[in-house]
Design a protein around this ligand. Structure first.
Ligand code: AMP
Length: 471
């Protein structure tokens, strides 16, 4: 069995218990979190006895209709937006996964990525299990179904004790919600209240849209049960060092969300300010790459005193270029999405700020576009360190060899991009923005320090005994 060099994807999760408009709220919660996944979306509701599912490919606004929302009856619901960039862009991989097993209905929505899913899966397959998707998350369903424990939450905990990696999960039984976050807390998950109802979301921007009150984060290693009796919290796993994903701040989360105890906007601004201190340059304007570089560019402009200008205009009706799988489309995608203001840029020295460089394709196109618009100098500034390693904890990154900074030195990348100067933020400067909590963050994509090592086949096999299902 080959281990894939790249695993899955970022996602959005939403859940609600105890509200007559559960499906509608979930729809809105997914709408607010569309940026976390545009490939598929699904809602599963529960009326306390049975589940109803509405799942489709595409954007939230395209999938759901009033009739579908009406059909999603009940006082509880979970929802999911999926983001995928690779070949497995399939309906069968859309979530929530909804099944019927010996104990009734079960639905699961997962944000993150399990690093030992392959091994558990092959072990289960050898025992006769049949998988219907290629998703890592499906192993959790099988493990729950196989558990002999009588309470739903105990079956979930038993299953999660066998998996390793990053997960924020919303699980729904017939009349119960179980929310779980992995002990390292890789991905964000928030708890809120709306009247008597409990709500959960990957990002707090979902609560703002539905006027829910943000209560606190679901803690790393916490399992929360919500049912007719109320909400119950427990910490059934071995405590582990925190490893929040720093890339959520750099790129992935919305600036109006609060995650890992910080405002995303605030951290992104600090990253830009830090970049200006670390990599100053004389220029006429600071221009962001919209939208990913906007907040960091503001920070850069504020700190450097160089005027901020919205020098590139984005067509908001085009999907993210990154989700197009074919290289040819991706090249085209930058042009269709971004256009510089020639009259502003002509004859000027510009600092262009973006959050990250992955393959280098986007930055190359942007630099060329700005040169073509008549810029005298183009100084590329990146508000994160060079991305040198793939993420195995839930952020979609290509395999290492496709990450330009894994192979090329700074000067080579600068030449490839065609920029007059190029600077990234250093790891130390990036971490300084998190002050005394810098130890709590995962920086594996920048330095290869994987806290949970990506298992070699041998070490995965050694784990086999640990994942065997009790007879
Ligand atoms: P590339 O052309 O491959 O270098 O892509 C760089 C662009 O993709 C930057 O503008 C980033 O904002 C954006 N980006 C970085 N990481 C991701 C990701 N995981 N998913 C989607 N877009 C990303």
């Amino acid at each position: 069995m080959m281990l894939p060099d790249k695993f899955n994807e970022e996602c959005a999760v939403f859940a609600v218990y105890g509200h007559a408009e559960a499906a509608n709220l979930t729809y809105l919660g997914l709408y607010a979190q569309q940026h976390r996944g545009q490939e598929s979306s699904g809602i599963v509701s529960s009326n306390g006895v049975r589940h109803h599912a509405e799942i489709g490919m595409g954007l939230v606004s395209d999938i759901y209709t009033e009739e579908k929302i009406m059909r999603l009856d009940g006082h509880a619901a979970i929802g999911h937006n999926r983001y995928s960039t690779h070949g497995d862009s399939l309906y069968k991989n859309a979530q929530p996964m909804a099944i019927e097993y010996s104990r009734g209905p079960l639905a699961l929505a997962h944000n993150g990525n399990l690093v030992n899913a392959d091994l558990i899966r092959s072990s289960l397959e050898q025992e006769g299990s049949i998988f219907r998707s290629t998703m890592d998350s499906e192993v959790i369903i099988h493990l729950i179904a196989k558990s002999r424990k009588s309470r739903f939450q105990d079956r979930v905990v038993e299953a999660l004790q066998k998996v390793e990696g990053a997960y924020c999960l919303a699980l729904m039984g017939a009349n119960e919600l179980v929310i779980a976050r992995d002990p390292h807390g890789f991905r964000p998950m928030a708890l809120g209240r709306l009247g008597d109802a409990y709500v959960f979301a990957s990002e707090t921007c979902a609560f703002d849209l539905i006027d829910a009150e943000f209560i606190r984060e679901v803690e790393p290693g916490e399992v929360i049960v919500v049912n007719e009796e109320g909400m119950f919290s427990s910490y059934p796993f071995q405590p582990a060092p925190k490893r929040h994903c720093i890339f959520e701040f750099i790129y992935f989360s919305r600036p109006d969300s609060n995650i890992f105890g910080y405002s995303v906007h605030r951290i992104r601004k600090l990253l830009g300010q830090q970049l200006a201190r670390e990599a100053p340059v004389d220029a006429d304007f600071v221009i962001p790459v919209p939208d990913s570089g906007v907040v960091a560019a503001m920070g850069y402009a504020e700190e450097s005193g160089i005027p901020y200008e919205q020098g590139i205009i984005r067509n908001h009706y085009v999907g993210r270029t990154f989700i197009e799988p074919a290289q040819s489309i991706r090249h085209f995608g930058v042009k269709i999405k971004l256009n510089p203001i020639k009259k502003l840029i002509e004859g000027k020295r510009v600092v262009v700020v973006d959050d990250s460089i992955v393959r280098g394709t986007t930055s190359k196109k942007i630099v060329k576009m700005i040169h073509n618009a008549g810029a005298k100098e183009v100084h590329m500034r990146i508000s994160s360190p060079p991305t040198t390693h793939s993420c195995y904890y839930g952020i979609d990154t290509p395999s290492r060899t496709d990450l330009i900074a894994s192979t090329y030195a700074l000067e080579d990348i600068r030449k490839y991009l065609g920029a007059d100067t190029l600077a990234y933020l250093s790891i130390g400067s990036m971490l300084s923005c998190l002050a005394e909590r810098r130890e709590d963050f995962c920086t594996a994509c920048f330095n290869g320090e994987y806290l949970i090592p990506v298992k070699t086949m041998e070490s995965q096999l050694a784990l086999l005994d640990a994942v065997k299902i009790p007879e």
